[in-house]
Structure formats: structure tokens, C-alpha cells
Design a protein around this ligand. Structure first.
Ligand SMILES: [Zn+2]
Length: 455
């Protein structure tokens, strides 16, 4: 039997593949889970035809960093700085999550990502006190239909009497082996495994060494938060560098306080970076390192980080990243040469790259996702450029990056399967699941108040 074929006709197609470029009035053919052709005037016989007139087709967005388990606490932490967040979220609310809370939060968070045009989610799940919690998150990601990297991490409660602090606990090898032998054994599946480790900022040096080696042994990405207060292991990075453990497959999230010399070494060694600009500015991380990376010839991937603080919309994240860095660049120009730059320091196309192909690169999957290139997975978003807030479209890249919102995300395809059509998410049971999500959030908050740990 021939695989199902879908032909999007007469659309503006932003492939984000430099060799193909932007195409006006062009067609895109999907067969099974793959893009097989992109060009004007395609004919595909029996394919399902999608009228692309007035539409802008882009690669599915990649959200390179989000703690999806916090979805039931939307907005709850919006007025907390990072120290408050550590105390009240990680040492508080997080401790009363049951596997079913992880499940419903992850499912609904992932569905909302699809709704917003994200087709690949790096779910940085660091609230897995038991294997049942991990299994719940993985099951929810699979059910949602999104492409996901489940980054397994451990919780961060206060140390209990007689038990070690989390920063002294190595990443659990047994759990990694269990996941790789079971739910996440297929490395080419839609949902795969990565490690959300502590890194030298949040663990002692022995734990950091152990965790870097563990990730390398299993060929998994080792992702870690970097920054927010003093490091647990000052000089830890130098030791990891000396041990030859820093290179491709290492992913640094935030990194705002990293000194220039370390940043340069990391870039040269092929480390990837995930910036979460909006949350970094709110919670007190400092200014995002977007511009510092660009100066070194590197590019960031971007992430939402926390729906307990802000919106889950990657178009917004791309826009905030760009405006923040333009503001810094403009201020620097005014300070050094006494004038506004003659032309913009960063284009909208570069920023669109951060939320597409650079996210794919962060996962080491730039050969299979991140652009509308024949042979790649069919992960794409159809935007209605005739909408009131988007027309007329003069520069489709800028329309997408500067003006598109969830309301304009008409259709979303992941792995060759439509997950949103005609502005409507195709998942079943959404209303029931909204009630479930609400109950989960209420229960978590009530439980932490009962324990007297709300503040
Ligand atoms: Zn984070």
C-alpha cells in the first residue's frame, strides 16, 4: 500500500533551507511521514490537496527548553524571582506531584505546544521522584502526538534529615537504563530520551563528572541549567574541560553569567545553547546571551521554560529574543559611537532560524527536522496570512516572526499527521482534560497549603 500523500498547493513556503530559500505560489508534497518535494507546479495525482492560497507554510517550531510538568500551575509563579521559585516550586509545590499530575500537565502542555505551532518539544522534566512519574510523562508525550525529547531529571527538594542534598546525588543510571530498555528504546521514534542533569552549577564535581560520563556512555544529550546564584562547584567547568568531557551533546541552558573565555571554549567545542529570554529577564538570570553567542559565530536555540510564569507560545519567544538583543545592540551603539546603528544588527530571518533549525541542531537532528527540505520529517505549520492582523503580507518572514500569534496557526502537521486543522486541535477529550488539569492544579496548591509550605 502506498503511503498517504498530502499536497499543499499555491502557498508561500519559507523552507528555512538556504539552498531552497523562500518560494511564492509553491507546492509542498508529503508522503507518509516525509516531505518529498517542494517547488512550484507539483502534480501529485491521488494526494489530498490542501489549498495554500494566502497561506504561509513554515517548518514546525522547536521549543528547546520547557518544564511541561508545571502546566497545571499556569501563571502561579509569575511574580516570583529565581530564589522564590526554587523555594516555593522545587522545594514546595513540586514535592506533592503524583504521577497523574505529571501526566495531565505534560499532555495538556504538549497539546498546547502543537496548538501554538511547536512540533518538537524538549521536555525538561525534572520532577521524577519515582519511575511512575517518568512513565507518566513519557506516556503523555506519546499520546499528545508531538515530537519530543524527554529530558529525564531528578527533583530538587530540601534535604531530609539523614538524606543527601540533591546536589550530591548522581543521575540515576538504573532509571536511564530502564527507560532505554522500555518506553524509549527506539532511538528513531517520535519521543526519545535525553538527560536533564545538574551540571557543575547545581552539583558537586563528582556528580557532574559522573553525569557527563553517563550521558556520553549512552549517547544521550546532557543538558543542564547554568546560572542563578553562586555555583555549587566553583571551577567545575575547568575540571570537566580538563577531563575532555565538554563537547557536542552538551547543552547549556541560560548561561547568562558565563565568562567570555569559557563561552568561547564551549562554542569552539560544539556545545549547544538554549536561551529562554523572557523567563531569564523576569526571574533574575540577567540578560540573555543571544548577542554574545552571535559574536562568537554561534546561534542559540530558544525555549519557553515555564508556563507557571509566562505564555507557551514560541512565536512570542522568538520575538522577545529578537527585541531584547536589538535593544542591547542599539544601546551599545549609542554608547560607543553616539548614534543608532545605520541598519539593524539582527534580522527577523535569523530569529526565525533560532526557533526552527537551531532547535533541531540543539538536538543533533538538523538532518531530519528544522527545515522544509525534501527527505526531512513532515513537521510543518500553516499560517493564515489573510487574517486581519497579518494582511497584507509584504515580507512573510517578518509577518511570521513579528506578527503571528496562536490565532493565526491554522494547521499543524507532526510526522506527517495533521494534529491541528482549520484552527482546531484534533485531539480528543480536550474539555475533560481541561477539567482534569484544573483539578490537578487545585489539588497541588491545596496540598502545599495544608502542609504550611505555601510561602
Ligand atoms: Zn529551565
Amino acid at each position: 500500500m502506498m503511503a498517504k500523500r498530502t499536497l499543499i498547493k499555491s502557498a508561500t513556503i519559507l523552507t528555512m533551507d538556504a539552498a531552497i530559500g523562500d518560494l511564492a505560489q509553491a507546492d509542498l508534497l508529503v508522503e507518509g511521514d516525509r516531505i518529498v518535494d517542494v517547488r512550484p507546479g507539483l502534480d501529485a495525482g491521488d494526494a489530498e490537496i490542501v489549498d495554500g492560497r494566502g497561506r504561509i507554510v513554515i517548518p514546525g517550531l522547536v521549543n528547546a527548553h520547557m518544564h511541561t510538568w508545571q502546566t497545571a500551575l499556569r501563571g502561579f509563579s509569575a511574580n516570583w524571582t529565581l530564589p522564590e521559585y526554587f523555594r516555593r516550586m522545587h522545594a514546595g509545590l513540586a514535592t506533592v506531584f503524583r504521577p497523574e499530575d505529571i501526566y495531565i500537565g505534560t499532555l495538556m502542555g504538549a497539546l498546547n505546544q502543537i496548538n501554538c505551532g511547536t512540533t518538537t518539544l524538549v521536555d525538561w522534566c525534572h520532577n521524577n521522584p519515582t519511575p511512575a512519574h517518568s512513565d507518566a510523562a513519557v506516556a503523555a508525550l506519546k499520546e499528545s502526538g508531538i515530537r519530543a525529547a524527554f529530558f529525564h531529571g531528578s527533583p530538587k527538594p530540601e534535604a531530609r534529615p539523614g538524606q543527601p542534598h540533591f546536589s550530591d546525588v548522581p543521575h540515576p543510571r538504573r532509571e536511564v537504563e530502564r527507560l532505554l530498555a522500555g518506553a524509549l528504546s527506539d532511538r528513531s521514534a517520535r519521543v526519545t530520551l535525553g538527560l536533564a542533569i545538574l551540571g557543575p552549577h547545581y552539583s558537586n564535581i563528582d556528580v557532574a563528572m559522573h553525569d557527563f560520563r553517563l550521558a556520553r556512555e549512552f549517547g544521550l544529550i546532557a543538558s543542564m541549567h547554568q546560572g542563578g546564584g553562586p555555583a555549587k562547584t566553583p571551577g567545575g567547568w575547568e575540571k570537566l574541560l580538563a577531563a575532555g568531557l565538554v563537547g557536542p551533546g552538551v547543552n547549556i541552558v541560560h548561561g547568562n553569567d558565563l565568562p567570555d573565555d569559557l563561552l568561547r571554549q564551549f562554542v569552539d567545542l560544539g556545545v549547544s545553547f538554549s536561551v529562554t529570554p523572557e523567563n531569564e529577564m523576569h526571574q533574575g538570570h540577567g540578560f540573555p546571551i543571544t548577542g554574545r553567542l552571535l559574536k562568537l559565530g554561534a546561534r542559540p536555540s530558544l525555549g519557553v521554560d515555564l508556563e507557571s510564569v509566562l505564555a507557551g507560545d514560541m512565536f512570542g519567544v522568538g520575538r522577545v529574543a529578537l527585541s531584547m538583543q536589538r535593544a542591547l545592540d542599539n544601546a551599545e551603539s549609542r554608547r560607543t559611537i553616539g548614534a543608532i546603528p545605520a541598519s539593524t544588527t539582527i534580522t527577523t530571518r535569523e530569529a526565525l532560524g533560532w526557533i526552527t533549525i537551531e532547535g533541531a541542531r540543539m538536538l543533533g537532528r538538523e538532518s531530519s527536522i528544522g527545515s522544509l527540505t525534501p527527505g526531512k520529517k513532515a513537521d510543518l505549520v500553516v499560517i493564515n496570512g489573510t487574517d486581519l492582523n497579518l494582511c497584507p503580507v509584504h515580507d512573510p518572514v517578518s509577518t511570521v516572526l513579528m506578527q503571528t500569534s496562536i490565532a493565526n496557526v491554522e494547521s499543524v502537521m507532526v510526522d506527517g499527521v495533521w494534529r491541528k486543522r482549520g484552527g482546531r486541535l484534533l485531539a480528543e477529550g480536550i474539555d475533560n482534560n481541561k477539567n482534569e488539569l484544573g483539578r490537578s492544579g487545585m489539588r497541588i496548591v491545596a496540598e502545599i497549603e495544608r502542609q504550611g509550605k505555601a510561602a
